[in-house]
Design a protein around this ligand. Structure first.
Ligand code: ACM
Length: 552
């Protein structure tokens, strides 16, 4: 871990790396108390963002100027030939000019500008370095840049472990720093319902808390004996959506149906097949699924209508994963539905259910997104597929002319272990090192160019069964997200040996921003303190993490 991260390998060390960069021999631009910033109307929100962030870090006033007297100028020019979300950034001794194809492009240009400064630019107040005072110098460069994929996402599961609103806002800032543009919020699961729905208040009154949580994944299970919960109000959601939008991030909501619905069934037992069941406390896949009745369909159409009001995202995620069919096989109403609709089996029954939601969302101008199980029993006409069980679902969907987002577990699941060391936190899945994230490619090799055009992009998934605090979230998310961002944004040939020193420098930015990432050379030492070995596993004392107990 660099403790003086200002020792960059060179002046210019960017993550994700831009398409074209030339460094000029001149001295660049020094920011000082006289430096003004200007922006045209279309770039105004980036002006506000840049002044706030750089103003805080540098302590400079960075006053708003006019185009004639400003040293940093931001503008939008859709005729500049930069492409969607693209930008050009030119720094010379006279000034820094950011031209974006669109407002997003200007924002990404400003993010790059911040990366050109010393890493202290990521602090929220100036650091006193005595006589070695930081010089806020931008090196002379000419950069032209645009993203490879239009979907560059991260999924955060706030159902298994809730993350407070302030942490979600901080996470959004970290995604924006990496030029990612989708935050997929997994809002419901067996173990909790995390979004206020005005029409159905019991979803949060009764289903946003559970009595305790499983520790690790042993058999028989061991529990922590402490309640866990929380939820986002509709005002919280509006704040998160607006905060993300100001950073050119779309928040995609997911309500997971018809499996993973124990919490909802606890709140409204008539949604299920077997009456009241508790909010889940164990991790895994469970038999308790939604009934496929008109009442249940109407209930969820009403839930999705409230989501549509809250989330401007063109895509609405309906889950669809891991839905066991046993209860439907034994259910008179499910079997009646199969007969009435002339369906072949329970797979087709699930498809029938998802198609009804697809119709509903399509009528409202939105697109249904679901995990790749929605392919089984026939894909709904408007569906976009998130391919997680390998690449096969994505390949099948793209060949059928559907859009896909590639999230295969082996390269995208950030709950997966980062090494085989006994000092890693609860080890699940297969080994997924930062270099594995970096070197894998989102486009399946089997696809033709035409089929590959259906790949909107890629995302990482942070499932939080074993991520119960922001510290643990940082540890699992970073720097794997930094490597992922380059894969999702950049077009250059990815070579780990070339990337590693740039990543090492980038960790200095994460240090300055206060991110407790996993160091490249091994687990953080606080994982190995007595009593903390294998945190999150049975026997580890959760209260010695420094997080304090988690009580209502
Ligand atoms: C999933 O990981 N169940 C989508």
């Amino acid at each position: 871990m660099p403790d003086n991260p200002r020792t960059a390998p060179s002046d210019v060390s960017l993550v994700p790396v831009p398409r074209e960069i030339t460094t000029e021999g001149t001295e660049g631009l020094v920011l000082d108390a006289a430096t003004r910033i200007s922006a045209d109307q279309a770039a105004a929100s980036t002006l506000t963002w840049l002044r706030r962030e750089l103003g805080a870090a540098t302590g400079l006033p960075l006053a708003v100027g006019h185009e004639e007297d400003a040293r940093i100028r931001l503008s939008v020019d859709p005729t500049a030939g930069l492409g969607p979300e693209g930008y050009r950034l030119i720094v010379d001794v006279e000034g820094a000019l950011v031209v974006g194809h669109d407002a997003a492009g200007v924002f990404y240009g400003a993010q790059t500008l911040r990366q050109l400064l010393p890493v202290d630019a990521y602090r929220s107040a100036p650091v006193d370095r005595g006589t070695d005072a930081t010089e806020w110098r931008l090196p002379a460069v000419r950069i032209t840049d645009a993203p490879r994929f239009r979907w560059r996402g991260a999924m955060l599961d706030i159902a298994r472990h809730f993350q407070p609103r302030r942490e979600i806002l901080r996470f959004i800032d970290l995604l924006a720093l990496h030029k990612l543009n989708v935050l997929h919020l997994h809002l419901t699961d067996d173990q909790g319902w995390r979004v206020e729905i005005r029409r159905y208040p019991k979803l949060t009154e009764l289903a946003s808390w559970r009595t305790e949580s499983q520790l690790g994944s042993t058999e028989p299970p061991v529990f922590d004996g402490r309640p866990h919960g929380g939820f986002l109000t509709q005002d919280d959601i509006r704040e998160i959506v607006a905060y993300a939008a100001a950073r050119h991030i779309t928040v995609v909501p997911e309500i997971d149906v018809p499996g993973h619905s124990q919490a909802a069934i606890h709140a409204y037992p008539e949604l299920g097949e077997v009456g009241d069941i508790p909010v889940g406390t164990r991790w895994g896949i469970f038999e308790e699924v939604l009934a496929v009745t008109d009442h249940v369909l109407d209930f969820y159409k009403n839930v999705f209508d409230e989501l549509i009001e809250l989330f401007p995202s063109p895509y609405i995620h309906v889950g669809g994963d891991e839905c066991p069919k046993t209860q439907w096989k034994n259910s008179a109403s499910a079997q009646q539905r199969i007969r009435d609709e002339g369906l072949a089996d329970e797979e087709e029954l699930q498809s029938w259910f998802i198609r009804r939601l697809d119709d509903h969302l399509t009528e409202r101008g939105r697109r249904l997104l679901g995990w790749d199980e929605i392919l089984e029993g026939g894909l709904a006409p408007g569906a976009t597929v998130m391919s997680w069980r390998g690449e096969e679902g994505g390949i099948a969907a793209a060949r059928a002319g559907h859009d896909v987002v590639m999230v295969p577990t082996a390269t995208s699941y950030l709950d997966y272990k980062q090494s085989e060391s006994p000092d890693e936190p609860v080890k699940v899945g297969t080994l997924l090192r930062v270099e594995d994230v970096y070197t894998s490619d989102p486009i399946p090799a089997e696809l033709t160019e035409k089929e590959a055009a259906h790949v909107l992009g890629t995302q990482v998934n942070l499932w939080t069964e074993h991520i119960d605090t922001p510290r643990r979230l940082d540890y699992m998310a970073f720097p794997r997200i930094s490597a992922f961002a380059e894969k999702a944004w950049s077009t250059h040939r990815r070579d780990w040996a070339e990337f590693e020193p740039r990543l090492a420098h980038h960790l200095g930015r994460l240090d300055a921003a206060g991110v407790e990432y996993r160091p490249l050379d091994g687990p953080r030492p606080w994982h190995t303190r007595p009593g903390l070995r294998g945190w999150g596993e049975p026997g580890a004392d959760a209260d010695t993490t420094g997080q304090g107990p988690d009580r209502p």
